[in-house]
Design a binder for this molecule. Sequence first.
Ligand SMILES: Nc1ncnc2c1ncn2[C@@H]1O[C@H](COP(=O)(O)OP(=O)(O)O)[C@@H](O)[C@H]1O
Ligand SMILES: [Mg+2]
Length: 179
Amino acid sequence: MIILLTGTPGTGKTTISPLLVEELNCTLIDINQLVDEKQLYTGLDAKKGYKVVDMAALEGELQKIIDKKEDDLCVIIEGHLSHYFPLADFVIVLRTEPSVLEERLTKRDWESSKIHENLEAEALDICTWEAYQTHGSRVHEVDTTNITPQKAVNIILKIIYGEKSHPPGDIDFSGFLTG
Ligand SMILES: Nc1ncnc2c1ncn2[C@@H]1O[C@H](COP(=O)(O)OP(=O)(O)O)[C@@H](O)[C@H]1O
Ligand SMILES: [Mg+2]
């Protein structure tokens, strides 16, 4: 089983993934860590200070790790680029209402333009939309705005066990853009 845990920065991927790993007894692949470790980037965007990730190399590395695993494969791939990986049983997109996301992101040492870019992406459902292009009905959205990380994990477990479905479309944060 391959679970991709994606979402705009600050929606809770890094907080939730170890809890989910414990429940499912899965292997965790942290994309940010993998990109740094294996230097899977082509350079730096000088203006924004982002690393430009080499997506083909990243996919190759992920595939290598998965190929090495035994038959009882259970992997959680965590990171806001994880939904670009073409293989998945479940794609969980974490969502957060942009004004709450703003509170979470202002705690990071980020330029305000970078924060606002991400708030806008969240309001426009960018991650969900991108994930849906590749993974269709395997995509589920979980809103972490007003719940604890453990509650979010419980919802994800219900999705994985087939007890619940959270298809894209129910969440609408577009009000953030119009004020
Ligand atoms: N339900 C929730 N799930 C996950 N994180 C939450 C939740 N509610 C509040 N948070 C907080 O939001 C922040 C999410 O940060 P992080 O997990 O690093 O996000 P990401 O890895 O997606 O960038 C943490 O400070 C976490 O404590
Ligand atoms: Mg993270």
